[in-house]
Design a protein around this ligand. Sequence first.
Ligand code: ITT
Ligand code: MG
Length: 177
Amino acid sequence: MDRQLKIGIGTLNPAKINAVKRWGEDNHMVVEGFSVPSGVSAQPMGDEETLEGAMNRAQAVLETSDADFGMGLEGGVDCIGEDIFLCNWGALVDRSGLVLTASGARIPLPQRFKKELVGGKELGDIIDDFAKQTNVRKNQGTIGIFTNGLITREDMFHHVVMLLFGQYDYQKNIRMK
Ligand SMILES: O=P(O)(O)OP(=O)(O)OP(=O)(O)OC[C@H]1O[C@@H](n2cnc3c(O)ncnc32)[C@H](O)[C@@H]1O
Ligand SMILES: [Mg+2]
């Protein structure tokens, strides 16, 4: 029997790992979480820093494991005008040097969150206080709280994982030409 391909995901957060496991189960791939540094702040601000965190995690996984694919999923926030939005990025790298990226769905956060975020507080802590729950980040996520559970953090990241793997064959073919 063929060896199953392994996806290493750069986190121990179950909301992220389960999103990748959904893909792994559907596609006969093994998934393992690894604790790696994101190389960016604990609460990334803006697309650039959030994407950088996702790419750093993906690359670090390849360097520290025997995984065939390294994946990084990073959560941040981003301002558009006066509003502040959830902002999530994913990166997928393979051992040939291919790097794929994709972002997640965005919804606005309450204005009162903005002050605390700009003041240096992590969204994970702010949402726990707001929802009077613990570890929202490991469960339905902020997106789950503000969509009444319709789209959880796992659902949102699963979509990102599909956007990443969905690009794989197309990008591989482009590179080989
Ligand atoms: O262990 P890791 O992988 O770092 O998981 P994390 O929950 O800390 O996730 P990120 O570092 O990717 O996210 C950066 C911060 O934004 C928070 N965050 C981002 N999106 C979130 C969401 O949907 N729900 C709850 N917290 C979220 C998160 O808890 C962190 O405080
Ligand atoms: Mg974190």
